[in-house]
Design a protein around this ligand. Structure first.
Ligand SMILES: [Zn+2]
Ligand SMILES: [Zn+2]
Length: 496
């Protein structure tokens, strides 16, 4: 089984290197020079938009959606998941509405739909927020390949590259929009597919699932981590890929992206013997719950309490993703979130109790963190992050917190209006030039500054990666780690 992962979608020229590489297009194959570049021709985009609302609901709710008044009528699609991959046994639906000429029009439609939908459905739409998709112009665009400092030698709308020893993608974008955003030379095995994408050149890596997983465990975490941790990480990654196949990038020409949205994937650059062993020794192993592949999500640092699935994604709370303390519950005394962000509970991801290895130095300050902004700075960040101008900021008020303290609804009040932000990721984006480490924070005002005191890194659902690593460093094996983070599951060899 092959998997297709988006590596980049950007307007820049992309540079590649390989030995004995070939390119394939329309049934023809030709040799690649050792160094070459690719660029998509640009053209005017037409202003056409489609809004997809992601809903996981039972059939009766879908009937309600179909019977909306004509001006709000929408189309409901069933995601074409294969029989084998039916995610958690729940039919998956998308509510599709479009096209809108502008994003603001689609937002207005949502407001109206939310106001007349049954309350529970409306809440779902608020949390999901929908996916806004602009379609590029119907004018066909082409990808040009050219040798370094030479003239284009090939042009097509879709080109597939392959080299037996891999292809180097020079200065590939990594961690876009997050605080670790940078460029890096990355190596890829399998095929690299080049297409004209929404923003320019779309680069997709197609490779066998198990090869992908060996890369994911060394991209998500360091390949120097203990083997038992890497095995647990691989099994979790395999489970979430299989349980959500076809859902994360519905309608796109790839299954997954290579960023935090899906799972980090940086090709084979960071793979070592141990990360390969972790993938090979667990090949095909997944956790099942009620004979269905468990969607074994994970996140970097829970901060103490783990988050529930429905506070981050859909109205569904599988028993194998409990929102509980990441350690012995007897060690946790909850005194309110104002205290929690300063407390250092005795949980598996607390670096003061279980020191992180040197190769995770960067994560030490994210168990508890602090961000300070002047009022001018935060005003500008909110304007840029939300696209709304609420004037001078007066109040940051959490409206709802999840089980881990992560804010899932936030109100920002200014002297020129107020906005409400739904969803932990949107909260993290609204108050930071990139992303806050998590949406679990409290707000302190200090003269001219706003200070956010926070806990954890990531959404906090499922396995706490730094907690799991600490368990492995202290002798826990892969099975014990998985049992701790995913109760009510059984480990099986799915392909066996
Ligand atoms: Zn993604
Ligand atoms: Zn944790």
């Amino acid at each position: 089984m092959n998997i297709r992962v988006k590596i980049a979608d950007f307007s820049a020229e992309a540079y590649f290197e390989c030995d004995e590489g070939s390119a394939e297009c329309g049934g023809k194959e030709f040799r690649l020079p050792p160094r070459f570049s690719a660029q998509a021709s640009t053209s005017e985009k037409i202003e056409f938009a489609l809004r997809l609302y992601h809903l996981h609901w039972e059939k009766s709710a879908i009937e309600i959606l179909k019977s909306l008044p004509e001006e709000l009528a929408c189309q409901v699609d069933i995601i074409p998941v294969g029989e084998r991959w039916e995610g958690r046994g729940i039919p998956r639906f998308w509510l599709v509405k479009g096209g809108f000429a502008r994003q603001s029009e689609s937002a207005a439609w949502r407001e109206e739909a939310v106001s007349i939908l049954p309350a529970e459905l409306a809440r779902r739409m608020e949390i999901e927020g929908g996916v806004y998709r602009k379609y590029p112009s119907a004018v066909s665009r082409r990808v040009s390949l050219k040798p370094l400092n030479g003239q284009p030698f090939f042009q097509s709308s879709l080109i597939r590259l392959h080299a037996p020893l891999g292809i180097k993608f020079k200065k590939a974008p990594v961690g876009e929009t997050f605080h670790w955003e940078h460029t890096e030379d990355l190596w890829f095995n399998g095929h690299l597919e080049l297409r004209a994408g929404e923003n320019g050149l779309l680069v997709i890596n197609e490779l066998p699932l198990e090869d992908y997983l060996a890369s994911v465990n060394s991209s998500e975490m360091s390949a120097q981590s203990p083997l038992e941790f890497l095995k647990a990480q691989t099994i979790a990654a395999r489970g979430t890929v299989l349980a959500t196949m076809g859902c994360h990038h519905y309608g796109e020409p790839y299954h997954l992206c290579n960023g935090d949205h899906c799972q980090c994937f940086y090709g084979v650059s960071r793979v070592n013997e141990q990360s390969i062993e972790a993938a090979e020794s667990t090949a095909g192993q997944v956790l099942l719950h009620n004979r269905i592949i468990a969607d074994t999500r994970y996140a970097k640092i829970c901060g103490g309490m783990r988050e529930s699935f429905d506070n981050v994604w859909e109205e569904y709370n599988p028993p194998y993703l409990p929102a509980v303390f990441d350690g012995d519950a007897g060690n946790f005394r909850f005194r309110g979130w104002e205290h929690y962000v300063f407390d250092r509970p005795r949980c598996w991801c607390n670096p003061e109790i279980y020191p992180y290895p040197d190769y995770y130095d960067f994560a030490r300050d994210l168990f508890r963190w602090r961000e300070a902004f002047t009022f001018d700075e935060i005003g500008e960040i909110i304007r840029r992050g939300t696209g709304c101008d609420i004037g001078a900021l007066e109040e940051i008020a959490p409206l709802n917190r999840g089980a881990s303290g992560r804010i899932i609804r936030l109100m920002l009040q200014g002297d020129g209006g107020e906005i409400r932000i739904n969803g932990e990721l949107n909260v993290r984006r609204a108050l930071s030039p990139s992303h806050l480490p998590s949406s679990c924070f409290t707000v302190e005002r200090e003269d001219e500054r706003i200070i956010l005191h926070g806990a954890g890194w990531g959404h906090g659902v499922g396995m706490c990666q730094m907690g799991a690593l600490n368990m492995a460093l202290r002798g826990a094996d892969c099975v014990k780690i998985l049992k701790h983070y995913y109760p009510h599951t059984e480990l099986v060899d799915f392909f066996g």
